[in-house]
Every structure is written in C-alpha cells, then in structure tokens.
Design a protein around this ligand. Sequence first.
Ligand code: SF4
Length: 280
Amino acid sequence: MRIIVAKDAGYCFGVRDAVNTAFDTINQHGEVYMLGDIVHNEKVVADLARAGAKVVEEVDEIPSDSPVLFRAHGTVGSTWEKANSAGLKIIDATCPLVHEIHSEVKKLSIDGRQIIIVGDHGHDEVIGIASQVDNAIVVANPTEAKELKKMKRAGIVCQSTQIIDNVQEIINILMTKVFDLHFVNTICFPTKRNQEQIRQLAKECDVMLIIGSFTSANSKRLTQLSLEINPRSYQVTTLDDVDIKWFNNARTVGISAGASTPDYIIEDVKNKLSTLKDTK
Ligand code: SF4
C-alpha cells in the first residue's frame, strides 16, 4: 500500500509559531496564561498544560505581572485594553495574516462600506475580525446570504480557513444584493495550499485520511472537501481512531491534516499505515 502524506499537512506557520512561543514563554517564566485553548487540538492543549500553560476565560482571572499569550487567530480590541490596564505581560502570537485581515477590514470600513465577514458564527477569529469595525455582519453559508437585505456599498472579507467554494457561492448571491461590492479574498495561503493538495490527493488515492480534532471547524471542512471528491475519506483525531477495515483493497492512501494537528500525530498515523503495508 502506497502512503502519500500531503506536503503541507498539519500545522500552518501561524499555529506553529504560536505553539512554539507558548513553550518558549513557559521556559522563560515558568507559566503562561491563555484566554481559551491555543488550538483546537486536545493533544496539544494537554501537552501545554503539562508544561505549565493555564487556560482562563477572562483577563481578570490572571494575576498581574503574569505573561498572557494572545493566540494565533487574533484577540478582540477590548481584551487588549483590559490586559494592558491590568499590567499583564502581553505576548502577541497573532498570525501576521490575521493582522492583515484586521487591517483590510478597517480600510473597507473607512471607505464607508457595510462589512460582511464570511465565516463561522462564534469562532474566535471571526469575533476578532468583527471587533475591528462597527456592526459587521457574519454570513456562514449561502442560505444566510440569501436572507440579507439589498445594500448600496459592502466590503467583504473571509475567515482565513474558509473553503473557496463556499465563499464563491456566497459572493455570487451577494452580487445580486449589493450595488457596489468590494471583496478581499482573505483565505490565507497555507489554507489554500492545503485545500489544493487535498483535492489532488483525493482524486489520486483509494482512501483519504484527514487528521484533526472534531472540535476544529477547519479539520471538519477539509474532511468535507475530501469527501466530495472521494467517498472513502475519513477523519481521525489520532492513531486510535484508525480502523484497518477502511483500507481493504486499497493500494494508495492519502494523508492530510488540519492546521492545528501537530507533526507527531501525523507521523504516528503514517507509521501505523506502513505496518499495514507489511502485513498485507
Ligand atoms: S490558518 Fe492561516 S491565518 Fe490562521 S494561523 Fe494559520 S497561517 Fe495564520
């Protein structure tokens, strides 16, 4: 059985940098606080907790002078203000590509446009983008786009991990509703690259595995993308979820992973499949 791991499967540079920064901060200060989990991956969260990371809900739960790490997908403006006035040591691990979305959305708003964000309701990155401007509208799918009223001027951005097909479908609908529409494609390049590689592998391989937590919208979206091309696509969180029956009569298996999946989990799964190859 041939096993092909997508070239850029797993951690994107934004998440990799944030996780490394968290471990570096623990080495330096003995601890680091975070407002919520650093990534949607239970293993990484557990590894960091063992090392000394503390996850809290609110800024006022953090003792003053303590280091607080702002996560890769961005932090709302009011939290920055609170952390500054509480005298916390802020370590900003916001991905530069998320900072870029914040800057684009502000420019569109200054241009007098109603801001529309294509993304998941309640996702931290989307909340962070919306907090940069007043009255942003979040649209998650074509059905919600159809419900919008007609408007004169709108500026549209998207959550960095959106699937381009969903965004395109929504833009097509919005074009019938907005007279003067300005769309900035803010899907980040690691996401585009990952999606492209999955599309290709799903066509070429008998079976596809997408490794990622079921709490990660990004991993679930990638699985959906793979399933649309190859019905023998499966999502697993770790090696424990892999069922060898999936590989009956399979000659090629493609592996990819969400942006919050660490390298060692991908390696584990790949090694397990290599063993299967030997026993066939
Ligand atoms: S998914 Fe893209 S925008 Fe988000 S952290 Fe990774 S590289 Fe940055």
